[in-house]
Design a protein. Sequence first.
Length: 654
Amino acid sequence: MIQRIKVCFCLSLVNVFLLSAMAQSGKLKPEELLKRAATEKADTSKLKLLVEAANQLYDLGQTERMLTVVEQSRQLFATTQFVPAQIELYRLLADYYGFGGKPEMRHLYADSMIALSRKATYDLGEGKGLAMKALAFVIDFKMEKATEYYKDAIPIFEKLNDYPWLAKCYKGMGNALMQGRDAIGATQQYKLAATMFKNAGSKNDEGLVYGNIARAFITRNVLDSAIYYNDKASLIAAQLPGAVQLQFITNMSAAEFLSKKGQYPQATAAIQKAQKIAESKQDISMLGAVYHISGALAVDQKDFKTALKFSLLSHEIHQKSGNYSGQVESLKELSKAFSRVGDYKNAYETRVEYMHLNDSMFSSNSAKEISELNVKFQTSEKEKKIAEQDLSIANKNIRLRNLLFTLIAAGLLISLLLALYFQRRKTFQQSLVTLKKEQDISLLKALMTGEEKERNRLARELHDGLGGILAAAQMQISNVETNGQQDELVKKQKATELVSQAATESRRIAHNLLPETLLRYGLDEALKEYSKSITESKLMQLDYESVGMQLSLDQSAGLSIYRIIQELVNNIIKHSGATEALVQLQREGEKLSITVEDNGKGFSPQQNGKTGIGLSNIRSRVSYLNGSLDIRSEEQKGTSVYIEIQLTKNAAIG
């Protein structure tokens, strides 16, 4: 049942969070923008103000006013052709109609964006159109088509250094993989998107991606990681009161966490918060997701009549919105709901309808493609007439533009000189900070190198010196004559066993000091062997997982990472009382993520784990690798340690 909740919820949410709206200026409210537009004489400036106002009205849920402003904007197309504003208007309409019950309109407006941008040689607009087209195919469950369009859009945004839109593409690729049930691949794409949004300062988009990462971990039943990312999303939501989509997804995830704990009243309260947001936004895709989860929670509580009610509501919404994939999923769930209440006739008929609709994909999509071709032709002809009008207006205003360009050039020159001055000042200050950091790292590196040399020396002495002596002692004892006396035989056997144990312990200590597997076969194999040895020693059950570790690491960096994990595991064994622990390594290009979790007794926030020689050593090694360390723990709930390391900063690519 838990798995069913995961699948249904993810399929419902994918239509809600596939693409974020264009970031608003945050300086002027819609009323102020419209007031300025009314007094603006230049058509291009007026068009920009109207489009921005329409965007804000859409995000506020004021769709009727938004459509009125859109119509005012489109009337200006006859007198001015400011392509960026037209592209943004088409994007807005694609979202509005695509999520409002006419998903085929998303395809049509995306095609218009691509055609208009290519005619005007507007690369950014073409990239946005390709991304919107890919989104439309994701909603249609055509993942291969969606991937093709994302692959065409990504190079455009990379060329323009437009990281927010590049991040949206990676987020969309993650959503496509989620629909294909590849949660691990989706997580990799989401993490790339989150990093780009964070670097671009787009907090709301960053939070939404964290919410998607949490959903991906839920489908894999990795709850600690899911809660970790949902907490990050919730923290951003608390900082952005107007981020209703982010508040929605965090409440939905919270409802599922509470349900897993059997806290059904609290889970219901969380769902009600999410439903209130969906109703205030008048977003039927959000409402469909709410009904999916509500029905699943009713099943968990054995309230099958309520589950049937929510399944019917979910199916009704998907029929109304024209969401094909949603209809297929809701029919399947509705058939199960009828069966649970004993209505086998409706269960059978609904199942047949589900199978028929699922098999009719080809014919329905073919009809859509014919309609798209017709609309694209009409749009192309209309844009051709608008372009001819714009050319006539441009010839009349050429003198005014030349004067404007001269003033802009003078302003840019002054701005450039000021920017150079402040940049040099900033560079000098940064160089001082960098020099201090390099000195600290050099000192730390020297200490760590000395420590490893001493470990190597001790390992060799144990192996070559003490190991040889113990081997010789064992041979001598074996050659001792016992004259057949029983007491002498027992003593000889005990002495042999003690020497053998000492030799084994000597080899174990030497291996820990100098792991030969790491030097010969790399970090991944060394950690597999280390985890196996801990488990076989009966100290605790230590599991190891790795993703993307086929490429070898620089030996120095690999040894440092091995020591970090070794120290963390030793701390778990000594202090946590854990019976199970998990070590995860995930490499994504030039970034290495390390997660170490245990089911031990944890510690309180007052203790917070900042003291102790072991943890100090870990922090030093992470700092040496230019990495970041995050420790989360609660009493009686275990501890999670998350480390991120940029491999390029450590010459770590093999």
